[in-house]
Design a protein around this ligand. Structure first.
Ligand SMILES: Nc1ncnc2c1ncn2[C@@H]1O[C@H](COP(=O)(O)OP(=O)(O)O)[C@@H](O)[C@H]1O
Ligand SMILES: [Mg+2]
Length: 411
């Protein structure tokens, strides 16, 4: 459930926080201060607001993870009270740091070196211990100002990566693979990830993840002119592990949209998310624009059958002849023994070998249908392969004994 941050304006807050802090006076800083301990929060707010040009807004609870992108956009500095629950605060701080734009500071009543080190390693800029030293706070805010002017002059955030899933035929598994890949990618990389369902009309990404979405990709495409990161943020449904979903519309008729609208959506999504995963269904008409131009990898999903392989061959020679380097072929529901074709024949037909073979897993598919548990959440060879795809896409090693590997072994 979404929960809005409860906020309380500090008596030191000077005026409304600017919507666009970058446009504000160069040396002014807007600070959001989170903590349930009123006294401690006040001390820090007071020390910060005493500096010229600093506006502080106090929040009497920790923020929800889903609120972090918006907070990072609205405030120059995010400050957290560590002591209520250090592990939870550390996880929040990590998520804030991942937002790129956020400058994160924390405070604690314990001068605990080990704890401070954990926060600094997570990318937190300042770890204050109480009682506060006013000179230290002043110096920290000066560093934040300096950092901000450097950031303002620096080039835009290097944009994220797009991964497109495209099918050779309806029912070949695009939605299954795209949604499980997106979840695995968000979990393995711990980066903000958006899954966009272009399986118009009536795409079923949301059903696959067992969620209900209020808005859809159709809203974004229809209103593409006013689409920006804030607007997009109101349209997505939050799943878990940093995965957010822009679902397909669940009603007919789907209003027509332009290629420019798709391009705009892609560009806005890339400013905001590290990874954008697209369920393109079998819509080759989307192949012309930015979505495919900017795709880091296009996964072409095929099952091993005569008509699927023939379609795959046609699509590869028509669309990917000169730009095959970012195309990866995925054979879904692959069962070596029952095959009509061997690997060499498949590679010959497709002019290249398949990179990924996803096993046929009837039991997992049934569990997803019955309980809406995504396939990658339960240990299986299928889950293992999709996690390997995600780790490889995120440039992580495929060490199966890693964090999640260990987790899987314990189940
Ligand atoms: N590897 C697999 N093993 C077993 N069933 C699968 C597998 N991949 C997909 N399915 C099942 O095939 C059906 C169609 O998959 P879906 O992902 O909706 O295809 P598409 O989006 O390409 O139309 C679904 O019922 C799904 O559960
Ligand atoms: Mg589909």
């Amino acid at each position: 459930m979404r929960r809005n941050v409860r906020w309380r304006s500090s008596s030191f807050a000077m005026s409304e926080v600017p919507r666009n802090p970058g446009a504000a006076q160069k040396k002014s800083l807007s600070v959001a201060l989170f903590g349930s301990h009123q006294e401690r929060r006040k001390t820090v707010a007071e020390a910060m607001a005493a500096r010229p040009g600093v506006r502080v807004r106090e929040f009497d609870a920790l923020p929800d993870r889903s609120e972090i992108p918006t907070l990072a956009q609205q405030f120059n500095i995010l400050v957290l009270d560590v002591d209520s629950d250090p592990d939870q605060v550390l996880a929040l701080a990590e998520r804030m740091v991942a937002e790129g734009r956020a400058y994160v500071m924390v405070f604690s009543a314990n001068a605990n070196m080990k704890l401070a080190l954990r926060f600094m390693r997570a990318g937190v800029r300042e770890f204050f211990t109480l009682p506060l030293d006013a000179t230290e706070v002043g110096a920290a805010l000066a560093r934040a100002v300096e950092h901000r002017s450097a950031a303002v002059n620096a080039p835009e955030k290097t944009t994220g990566k797009v991964f497109v899933f495209l099918g050779t035929k309806g029912g070949c598994g695009v939605t299954t693979l795209a949604s499980n890949f997106a979840l695995a990618l968000a979990q393995e990389s711990e980066q903000p990830t958006l899954l966009v369902d272009f399986g118009l009309p009536l795409g079923d990404v949301a059903i696959n993840l067992g969620m209900k979405a209020e808005y859809s990709v159709a809203t974004a495409l229809q209103d593409a002119d006013r689409l920006d990161a804030n607007f997009l943020n109101t349209l997505v449904a939050k799943y878990e592990s940093g995965l957010e979903v822009l679902a397909a519309p669940d009603q007919f008729p789907v209003p027509p949209f332009t290629q420019e609208a798709v391009d705009k959506l892609t560009a806005v999504a890339l400013q905001h998310y590290e990874y954008v995963v697209v369920d393109a269904g079998s819509r080759v008409d989307l192949l012309g624009g930015a979505l495919f131009e900017r795709a880091a990898i296009i996964y072409l999903i095929a099952q091993v059958g005569i008509s699927e392989l023939r379609n795959a061959h046609r699509m590869i020679s028509h669309y990917f002849a000169g730009r095959g380097q970012n195309l990866q072929i995925v054979l879904n529901r692959y069962t070596p023994k029952a095959l009509l074709f061997d690997d060499a024949q498949i590679a010959k037909t497709l002019t290249r070998p398949a990179q990924w073979k996803i096993p046929d897993d009837w039991a997992s598919a049934r569990r997803t249908r019955n309980t809406a548990t995504p396939m990658v959440m339960v240990d299986s060879p299928l889950a293992e392969t999709i996690r390997d795809m995600a780790r490889s896409a995120a440039g992580l090693n495929s060490d199966r004994e890693g964090r999640h590997g260990l987790f899987r072994l314990l189940r």
